[in-house]
Design a binder for this molecule. Structure first.
Ligand code: UD1
Length: 416
């Protein structure tokens, strides 16, 4: 398994271009299952999770060609089963469930099971599919769903769920009648997917608000659409500028999607200027602690919680970081403590007392965003940090070591 070696202390400077959003590309690729014909999707990132969903779609008989611009055709689907081997490596594989039932009338998708950051059940996806009239059974670790044609319904999500909203929005496009999703997720990735579906001929209103209305149609047609920039990647580079006291121009991004983070970083003392699709982020010397609470969009994203914790670990003062979205998302804490951070977990909160310096250490990535936070900590630390289980970072950050090196970081990958 590859390792990443980081020698801390370099101030990052220069320009970095943001790739397409993983969490938008995944549902958009799954949406190809709704259509018979060649879709063209632009700005697809080159990531491990994208390879996984492509493998899954290919196993169903979906044809594809290209990489960053991907042409994809689900006209010749030969089967409707997503196996355990494919789903267990990536929970988002559940996104094929809604489109498969809607178009093919049946689907058999392995239950994702637990994962490093909590139980993360799919009960809300299943409940909503039942409300659309599907017969759903849980058998031998699989979700088995059937419906000759789904029927529009009013669906209330108990918890705001991103992939749940996406799955059911896709399924409802081909249902008979109107579906209203209440307490729908408002994430920009949901809006991006809705735009793609509208490009396919779907009738969707309200994406981006917590009520989404979908009038079902008989069939959809291929679309030509673009994946939005990855706000979590952009946010990670913003924090990299802060933690190294650097000066970075982040291009090809959408600053409006980063309001919650930018507000916090300004409060901490960073200087941040935004333009249409660029952000200039400057460190600002010694930063102050700020409190952070993760929430569904437009609140502070849970996917940036670990990264801002790395920053708070070296800020002046006490910061309370509260995780409300997932129940077990503090695995990076013990690794940061190994690097000299002063952090105590109290229930859903981490109390971070800033220290003047972190120290390089061997650390282990436990999940995607935790690994990003450890790289950030390594960039700020004195000495050498060796991060193992790098495959986690490859799931969601395109060529992170190349992008960081180009900004002056001392980081290299050791193949293993
Ligand atoms: C998506 C993102 C992930 C991000 C998360 C929250 C993708 C591919 N992944 O994950 O990067 O961290 O949103 O912004 O887009 N829940 C249930 N039952 C369900 C579904 C969810 O209880 O059926 C709970 C989860 O355990 C969690 C909360 O709802 O506590 C939110 O999870 P959800 O928004 O569904 O996360 P994902 O869509 O899996």
């Amino acid at each position: 398994m590859d390792k990443m070696v980081i020698v801390g202390g370099e101030k990052l400077a220069g320009e970095v271009r943001i790739s397409g959003a993983k969490n938008a590309a995944l549902p958009i690729l799954a949406s190809s299952l709704l259509v018979d014909g060649w879709n063209t999707f632009h700005n697809i990132p080159d990531l491990l999770d994208i390879k996984t969903i492509k493998k899954l779609l290919k196993s169903l008989g979906v044809e594809m060609e290209g990489e960053e611009t991907l042409r994809i055709n689900a006209g010749g689907i030969t089967q409707c089963e997503a196996s355990y081997d494919l789903v267990r490596t990536m929970r988002a594989s559940i996104l094929v469930l809604g489109p498969l039932v809607a178009r093919m009338g049946e689907a058999r998708v392995s239950l994702p099971g637990g994962c490093a950051i909590g139980a993360r059940p799919v009960n809300l996806h299943i409940k909503a599919l039942r409300e659309l009239g599907a017969e759903v059974a849980l058998k031998d670790g699989y979700v088995e769903a059937k419906a000759s044609r789904l029927k529009g319904a009013e669906i209330y999500f108990d918890i705001s769920t991103v992939t749940g909203t996406e799955n059911i929005m896709m399924a409802a496009t081909l249902a008979e009648g109107t579906t209203i999703l209440k307490n729908a997720a408002r994430e920009p990735e949901v809006v991006n997917l809705a735009e793609v579906l509208i490009g396919m001929g779907a009738r969707i209103h309200g994406a981006g608000s917590d009520v989404i209305t979908i009038e079902g149609v008989e069939s959809l047609h291929p679309a030509d659409a673009k994946v939005i920039p990855d706000r979590i990647e952009a946010g990670t580079f913003l924090i990299a500028a802060g933690i190294t006291d650097g000066d970075i121009r982040i291009t090809g991004c959408e600053p409006l999607h980063l309001d919650a983070l930018i507000a916090k970083l300004r409060d901490a003392g960073m200087s941040i200027d935004t333009a249409e699709d660029t952000i200039r982020a400057k460190g600002g010397g010694i930063l102050r602690s700020v409190d952070v609470k993760t929430l569904p969009y437009p609140g502070f994203p849970t996917d940036l919680q670990a990264q801002i914790m790395a920053l708070m670990a070296v800020a002046v003062g006490l910061s309370v970081i509260t995780e409300t979205v997932f129940e077990n998302r503090f695995m990076h804490v013990s690794e940061m403590i190994r690097m000299g951070a002063d952090i105590v977990i109290q229930g859903k909160s981490a109390i971070v007392r800033g220290v003047p310096k972190l120290h390089g250490a061997p650390v282990m990535a436990t999940d995607l965003r935790a690994s990003a936070s450890l790289i950030l900590a390594g960039l700020a630390a004195e000495g050498t940090t060796v991060l193992s289980r790098v495959y986690h970072i490859d799931r969601g950050y395109q060529q992170i070591e190349k992008k960081l090196s180009a900004l002056g970081a001392d980081i290299r990958r050791i193949p293993g």
